[in-house]
Design a protein around this ligand. Structure first.
Ligand code: ATP
Ligand code: MG
Length: 436
C-alpha cells in the first residue's frame, strides 16, 4: 500500500528535461528532413520537436522507422511554411511534408479539451489544439511521449517515459479504461510495440485489454487492416499473434484463426510462415503481404477445398469456390485491399498447378508473376507435411537444372492429368459411400 502510494507520488506527471547526449542520441542520427522541418518551424516562431517512435527507438538503440514532428503551429500555419505540404485526415488532421522520397508527418499539439465521442467513448475527431503538455497527455504510451528539440538537444519527458524505457516497460498514459475506450486500436499498438521492442506491458495497462477487446468491433475495417499490416510487418509477427491470442484480441481481428491456433499441426504451419517472414524483415529483405495472408487463411481454404472435392467437384473450381467463401467471411471483419487479396488468391490458385509436371506446364508455371511466392508457399506446405516432400524437391531441382536434367525430371514425374482425382472419386462414390 505504502509502496504503491510512493510509486504514485514518484510517477506524478511533470516535465523533466534531459540531455539527449546522455542517452546516446546525437543530432546526426536524426532524419535530415525532420531536422529541417523543426528548424524552419522554429525560425517561423513556432515550437517544434521530433516526437514519438523515433526518439523511443533511438533510446533503445534501434533504427527508427519514421520521423514524426509535433508543433505549436496549426496545420494551416504549417502549410504556410512548407508550400509543398498537404493536410490530410479528418478524424485526426495532420500535415505531410515531403522530403525527397520521404514524408515527415507534422502534427499540431492536441489539447486536453473534450473531443466528441460515440456511445462507447470512442473519439470521433481529435482536432482541438493545445500546448505541449496537453499534447503529451493525449499520446498513447509514456515511451511515445518524448519530445526532442534539435536546437537545444534536449528531451522533454512528461510521463516517465525514459524510466519506463530503462525498465523495459510499456505503460499507457492516463486511465487505461478511458484511453482504450477513446481509441481501441491502442490495444493493438500495445501488443505490437511490446513485441517489437521487447517491452513488457505494465499490469495496469495489460489487464483491461481482455475486458475491452470487444471494442475493436467498432473500428472501421480499413483502419483495422492498416493496424494489422503494421503488426504483421513488424518483424515480430509471430510473437504479436501469440500475444493477441493471450490478450483475447485475435478473435476480433481474425475469427478464423481461432480454430487454427487450437491445433498443433496448423499452429506449426502458421508459426513457420510468420517466423520466416519475421526473419526476412529483420534482414531487410522484401516480403509479400499476399504471402502472409495466404498463409494465415490457408487452412480454412484447404479444409473447404477438400470438402468440395470429396463432394465430387473438380479441384480447380472447388479451390476457387473455397477461396471465395473464405474471402467473403474475412472481408466482413477486415477490408483486405484488392492488391493484397489478388496476390493471396494467386498464390493459392497456383498450388494445384505444381502437381502438373508434364508438357509445357512447368515452364508456363515458372513464367507466372507470383511463381516465387507460390513456390515458397509450396515449400512451406511440404515442410509441414501437407504435400509430399518429393514434390517440393522436384520443383527445387527443376528450377536449377539444365535442359537435359529438366527433361529427365519431367519424364520421371508421376503426375496424373488435372482433375483425375475428382473424376475418379465421382465414379467411385455410389459403390463406396463411406469412402472406405
Ligand atoms: P512506429 O512508427 O515505429 O510504428 P510510432 O509510435 O511512431 O511507432 P506512429 O503511428 O508513427 O507510431 O505514431 C506516432 C506517435 O503518435 C506515437 O509515438 C504516439 O505518440 C502517437 N500516437 C499514434 N497513435 C496513437 C493513438 N492511437 N493514440 C494516441 N497517440 C498515438
Ligand atoms: Mg512513427
Amino acid at each position: 500500500m505504502i509502496r504503491k502510494l510512493i510509486g504514485k507520488v514518484l510517477r506524478r506527471p511533470g516535465k523533466r528535461v534531459l540531455h539527449a547526449k546522455h542517452y546516446g542520441i546525437r543530432r546526426d542520427q536524426l532524419h535530415s528532413g525532420a531536422l529541417k522541418v523543426c528548424d524552419r518551424l522554429q525560425d517561423a516562431g513556432f515550437e517544434a520537436y521530433i516526437v514519438g517512435g523515433a526518439i523511443r527507438d533511438l533510446m533503445l538503440d534501434k533504427s527508427p522507422k519514421d520521423f514524426d514532428v509535433a508543433t505549436s503551429a496549426t496545420p494551416e500555419q504549417v502549410r504556410h511554411v512548407f508550400h509543398r505540404s498537404r493536410i490530410i485526415g479528418r478524424r485526426f488532421r495532420i500535415v505531410h511534408v515531403p522530403f525527397g522520397e520521404e514524408i515527415i508527418e507534422v502534427t499540431t499539439f492536441r489539447g486536453a479539451s473534450e473531443a466528441p465521442t460515440d456511445a462507447s467513448g470512442r473519439i470521433l475527431r481529435d482536432n482541438a489544439y493545445g500546448d505541449i503538455e496537453e499534447d503529451a497527455s493525449r499520446r498513447d504510451f509514456t515511451v511515445n511521449a518524448l519530445y526532442y528539440n534539435p536546437r537545444t538537444e534536449e528531451i522533454l519527458d512528461f510521463h516517465h517515459g525514459v524510466s519506463d524505457l530503462e525498465n523495459k516497460r510499456l505503460t499507457i498514459i492516463g486511465d487505461p479504461d478511458i484511453r482504450y475506450r477513446e481509441d481501441p486500436v491502442r490495444m493493438l499498438r500495445a501488443i505490437r510495440l511490446s513485441a517489437k521492442l521487447g517491452l513488457s506491458i505494465a499490469p495496469a495497462t495489460k489487464t483491461p485489454i481482455l475486458i475491452h477487446a470487444k471494442l475493436l468491433e467498432n473500428i472501421p475495417s480499413a483502419r483495422l487492416f492498416d493496424e494489422m499490416m503494421k503488426l504483421l510487418l513488424s518483424g515480430s509477427a509471430w510473437t504479436c499473434l501469440m500475444s493477441l491470442r493471450e490478450n483475447g484480441l485475435h478473435k476480433l481481428l481474425f475469427p478464423l484463426l481461432e480454430k487454427q491456433l487450437s491445433r498443433p499441426d496448423t499452429t506449426t504451419f502458421l508459426r513457420k510462415a510468420l517466423e520466416s517472414t519475421d526473419q526476412r524483415i529483420n534482414e531487410d529483405m522484401p516480403v509479400s503481404a499476399g504471402y502472409i495472408f495466404a498463409a494465415l487463411l490457408w487452412h480454412e481454404v484447404e479444409a473447404d477445398w477438400i470438402k468440395r472435392q470429396a463432394a465430387g467437384e473438380y479441384p480447380v473450381p472447388a479451390l476457387v469456390e473455397a477461396m471465395n467463401t473464405v474471402e467473403s467471411k474475412v472481408q466482413k471483419r477486415m477490408a483486405i485491399p484488392n492488391r493484397y487479396g489478388a496476390a493471396m488468391k494467386e498464390i493459392w490458385l497456383l498450388q494445384p498447378r505444381f502437381e502438373q509436371r508434364v508438357g509445357t506446364r512447368p515452364w508456363r508455371l515458372m513464367e507466372q508473376q507470383r511463381f516465387r511466392a507460390a513456390y515458397d508457399f509450396l515449400m512451406l506446405r511440404a515442410e509441414c507435411g501437407m504435400v509430399e516432400n518429393s514434390l517440393g524437391d522436384w520443383w527445387t531441382r527443376f528450377q536449377n537444372a539444365d535442359e537435359d536434367t529438366r527433361m529427365a525430371l519431367m519424364a520421371a514425374a508421376t503426375d496424373k492429368p488435372a482433375g483425375a482425382h475428382a473424376k475418379k472419386r465421382r465414379r467411385r462414390k455410389p459403390n463406396n459411400p463411406k469412402g472406405e
